[in-house]
Design a protein around this ligand. Structure first.
Ligand SMILES: Nc1ncnc2c1ncn2[C@@H]1O[C@H](COP(=O)(O)OP(=O)(O)OP(=O)(O)O)[C@@H](O)[C@H]1O
Ligand SMILES: [Mg+2]
Length: 241
């Protein structure tokens, strides 16, 4: 049984987001988004292309700020933070996993995994041993000297996950983490997320446009045209979404 904690770690209250249009005026992308995520949850945010998933994720990940509304991460109001403060919040709490892996192509696998530890003031030998431990966890300990270009897509994503884990985040934000993988490798990554969530209690918010991927989570938030139209347990099928 999964431990249910009551600690709210993500709280979006009346979030709106607009982008300026080049022709003048603006385009509103998110409309009055309200939800909370508690520690230990595995949430999928699903919706069609252009519905505002990544925009929402960028706000959750303190990569962008809302136009209006209140966003609190671990009880801290992120809305009014400076860029430097946002960077500290990201580095301290969040591990990011992206569709295109975002690895540094000319740096070794080990260097890539060590990246989030750069700002932690840890001695070099501790950074190395921590990165090695993370690579062991994703089954890539034998590949630490490889370059990302020498790895398969699934292996690259495992390196990206090891990197996300290296900073010991309480929260993993994954935007289409299996979007660039075939279904076998994708399933492997999704099962690994389930393990991280169940065994280590890491909170996961994962974006996807596919119901079969969302099913790996315990809760589904469905967005359509910038509005939440479903928030609850994973339904039996996606007919009514
Ligand atoms: N930085 C930006 N500047 C202007 N418009 C943007 C910006 N980011 C996103 N948008 C617009 O916001 C809308 C939603 O984009 P978003 O990337 O959130 O969609 P998405 O649900 O993640 O789609 P996909 O499944 O294709 O990744 C789109 O119309 C997009 O053009
Ligand atoms: Mg997107």
């Amino acid at each position: 049984m999964k431990k249910k904690s009551s600690e709210i770690i993500i709280s979006l209250q009346g979030i709106n987001k607009s982008f300026p249009l080049e022709v003048g005026g603006e385009q509103q992308v998110l409309f009055d988004i309200n939800f909370t995520v508690r520690a230990g949850e595995f949430v999928a945010i699903m919706g069609p292309s252009g519905s505002g998933k990544s925009t929402c994720m960028n706000i959750i990940g303190a990569l962008d700020t809302p136009t209006s509304g209140v966003y609190e991460l671990y009880g801290q109001d992120v809305t009014g933070m400076t860029a430097d403060e946002l960077a500290i919040v990201r580095n301290e709490y969040i591990g990011f996993v992206f569709q295109q892996f975002n690895l540094l192509p000319k740096r070794s696998v080990l260097d890539n995994v060590m990246l989030p530890l750069m700002y932690r003031g840890l001695p070099m030998d501790e950074r190395i041993s921590r990165a090695r431990e993370m690579l062991r966890r994703v089954g890539l300990e034998k590949f630490e000297t490889y370059l990302p270009t020498q790895l398969s897509g699934g292996m690259k994503q495992r390196v990206a996950i090891a990197r996300a884990l290296a900073g010991n985040p309480k929260l993993i934000l994954a935007d289409e983490p299996t979007g660039a993988l075939d279904s076998k490798m994708g399933n492997e990554i999704l099962r690994f997320f389930q393990e991280l969530n169940r065994d280590m209690g890491i909170t996961i918010v994962m974006i996807t446009h596919e119901f079969d991927i969302a099913r790996y989570a315990d809760r589904l938030i469905h967005i359509r045209d910038g509005h939440i139209n479903y928030d609850g347990p994973i339904p039996r099928d996606d007919k009514n979404l």
